[in-house]
Design a protein around this ligand. Structure first.
Ligand code: GUN
Length: 289
């Protein structure tokens, strides 16, 4: 059996078209969604991600602001910029691209962003709301995965889901979102004793470990859904995921490719969060005499 492939590019294009239409309606009311992006240092992968985010904003009709700082910038300078952006009513989303250079305390930087503009969903307040099942900005990558599962027709109620990876950005919020939709969730990580034991009994495997081709076909239950969050660069320059696509697609029922799977959905959900923030700002503006 060869798995059905979940095309993230096609889904992202469809959702972004809808977002662009909603942005146009908001602009007609006098509010243009605006995302401010802060990039520190010269990490080439971060530069590509930021470029893609800014381009996606512009294509959707959003305003975007980009602030570049050298790798040795003092944290106070970046914190002052965040403070300025927090207070700017024309800015709806603020994103600081991670990782940051070592003089930064990432937690301190992320907590400095107003929760109302935290379109990455990384602020402790938003993460706490997510944990409690309350409305917040959801972290973009796991939320993009949830959209893909929905569009793929994957039933979550009572499903056995295994998340590999326990990062604050992907693994932990992914586990919470799957749990909230009724899945039985196991979170595996680098100290898990027998990873294959867990993955072989999973209806859904989400791989977010950052290790190329780490999950192989023999670790997957026939017919399972396999979501690959990894983006790794091989020595020959090609991109590959955390899943060995060639062997996994022969066993899985549904699988996401890399590139062209989860990646495009991450930026799409960032646009969605920014649109939502702008909409809240517009509602607030209209209800304030
Ligand atoms: N670095 C890697 N992924 C992300 C992301 O989704 N947001 C930010 N801000 N930094 C990242």
């Amino acid at each position: 059996m060869t798995a059905r492939i979940l095309d993230g590019n096609a889904l992202a294009a469809q959702v972004r078209e809808d977002i662009a239409q909603q942005a146009a309606a908001l602009i007609a009311q006098g509010v243009q969604p605006c995302l401010a992006v802060i990039l520190v240092g010269d990490n080439p992968a971060s530069a590509v991600y930021v470029r893609n985010k800014v381009a996606a904003c512009e294509k959707a009709g959003f305003r975007s602001l980009k602030f570049d700082y050298p790798a040795d910038v003092s944290p106070e300078v970046v914190l002052a910029k965040i403070d300025e952006l927090n207070r700017d009513p024309l800015v709806h989303g603020i994103l600081v691209q991670l990782p940051l250079p070592k003089q930064f305390n990432e937690e301190e930087v992320l907590e400095a962003i107003s929760p109302a503009k935290d379109v990455d969903g990384f602020h402790a307040e938003n993460f706490g709301l997510l944990l409690q099942g309350r409305k917040s900005f959801y972290p973009c990558t796991p939320w993009g995965v949830m959209k893909m599962l929905e569009v793929g027709g994957v039933s979550l109620k009572g499903a056995e889901a295994v998340v590999i990876g326990r990062s604050n950005i992907v693994g932990k919020p992914m586990a919470v979102m799957l749990l909230s939709q009724g899945a039985t969730v196991t979170v595996c990580h680098s100290q898990t004793r027998d990873l294959a034991f867990h993955t072989k009994r999973a209806d859904i495997v989400v791989a977010a470990v950052g290790k190329p081709k780490f999950v192989t076909g023999d670790m997957i239950k026939p017919g399972a859904t396999v979501i690959d969050v990894g983006i790794n660069r091989l020595p020959d320059g090609k991109l590959c995921g955390d899943v060995d696509f060639e062997s996994a697609k022969e066993v899985a029922g549904l699988i996401t490719p890399v590139p062209g799977g989860v990646g495009p959905m991450t930026i799409t959900m960032l646009l969605s969060n920014t649109l939502e923030s702008a909409r809240r700002a517009a509602a607030h503006f209209q209800s304030t005499p």
